[in-house]
Write a protein of this length. Structure first.
Lengths: 111, 113
């Protein structure tokens, strides 16, 4: 059972296009993180959001935490080939230290 | 500061064998978590150790076990390997507080034949 569902599962776009990745759950999370994983490597943290409705920007990446803290989105503006990778969301429930990872979105940006 | 180190990088075993994977966390980090990553299931939480004690455990059979040493290094053991255990096993370290940033190693790719 996956607590966090990501969509789309695969995404292939041209350089310069915009895209949005979604992370949805029926559970409430105290915080949510986004990671990017490149082939042959472990995931690397991009951002942590903790407040419902929070929006964080990291250069061309915009992250939003849903008001009810059940969902999140990642928007990339003017995608570049260097953005290629597996994007993972991870939620921390209100109790415990375990993170639940989403199913992942594999992004390919074509030059 | 050195990152999280996992050894070995690749491993090939046959069904029924057992395997031990090692993880050295970032210096000063006291929490080590283990995850299994497969194309179909994504990252699944195995267990977390903090100060040599298992603090959280995921929903995996008892064939999967782990331990943490006084220097925070951790090992994970899988006994009686099954074909379905083929996966990338990732270790992540953190300072140990609640819901802190996880630093992942590059993983051990285990293939069970």
């Amino acid at each position: 059972t996956q607590l966090l569902e990501q969509s789309p599962q695969f995404l292939s776009i041209q350089e310069g296009e915009n895209l949005t990745v979604y992370c949805n759950s029926s559970s409430v999370f105290s915080s949510l993180q986004w990671y990017r994983q490149e082939p042959g490597e472990g995931p690397v943290l991009l951002v942590t959001v903790v407040t419902g409705g929070e929006v964080k920007k990291l250069k061309r990446l915009t992250f939003q935490f849903g008001d009810a803290r059940k969902d999140s989105s990642l928007h990339i503006t003017a995608a570049q080939p260097g953005d290629t990778g597996l994007y993972l969301c991870a939620g921390a429930p209100n109790t415990g230290n375990q993170f639940y990872f989403g199913t992942g979105t594999s992004l390919t940006v074509i030059p | 500061k050195a990152g999280v180190t996992q050894t070995p990088r690749y491993l090939i075993k046959t069904r029924g064998q057992q395997v031990t994977l090692s993880c050295s966390p970032i210096s000063g980090h006291r929490s080590v978590s283990w995850y299994q990553q497969t194309p179909g299931q994504g990252l699944q939480f195995l267990f977390e150790y903090f100060s040599e004690t298992q603090r959280n455990k995921g929903n995996f059979p008892g064939r999967f076990s782990g331990r943490q040493f006084s220097n925070s290094r951790s090992e994970m053991n899988v006994s009686t390997l099954e074909l379905g255990d083929s996966a990338l096993y990732l270790c992540a370290s953190s300072l140990g507080g609640s819901r802190e940033k996880l630093f992942f190693g590059s993983g051990t790719q285990l293939s069970v034949l």
